[in-house]
Write a protein of this length. Structure first.
Length: 140
């Protein structure tokens, strides 16, 4: 299956939206040890989510990758609500991480009870942007 092409308006590609989801070098964290290492690193809590971030050692994995993990506790709700919260977190990561995420870092996004599902999408994007700029400093 071929990846989708970037939307085209007229003769030029539509660049008003963020980068295409197919061009992102994001890898999903799956191992419990990776989540535990990230939990001991720097964190930033916002109204809609909690971001944990950790710079990987050069010998751990490919230093050119951004790795992201998603988690929601049972406080968020039943399985349907937790999965919806994680889908929303994945969507904002696809939009924000290509520009503000740093290569060689692990990020874990934790959904918050009531807020992750009920908050407006643009507010979640702003929450993640704020958390990343707080952790890394403003983009250069």
């Amino acid at each position: 299956m071929t990846p989708p092409k970037a939307p085209v308006v007229g003769n030029t590609p539509d660049t008003t939206r963020g980068p295409s989801a197919v061009c992102v070098c994001l890898v999903t964290l799956t191992k419990r040890a990776d989540f535990l290492r990230a939990s001991k690193a720097v964190r930033k809590a916002t109204k809609g989510l909690v971001l944990q971030a950790r710079k990987r050692k050069p010998d751990e994995t490919d230093p050119d990758l951004i790795r992201v993990g998603y988690t929601c506790s049972k406080k968020v709700g039943n399985a349907v609500k937790r999965n919806r919260a994680k889908r929303r977190l994945r969507a904002i990561v696809r939009e924000v991480m290509p520009t503000l995420g740093h290569k060689g870092w692990d990020y874990v996004l934790i959904g918050r009870a009531g807020a992750t599902n009920d908050r407006a999408y643009i507010e979640l994007v702003n929450d993640l942007t704020y958390a990343l700029t707080t952790i890394h400093g403003p983009a250069k």
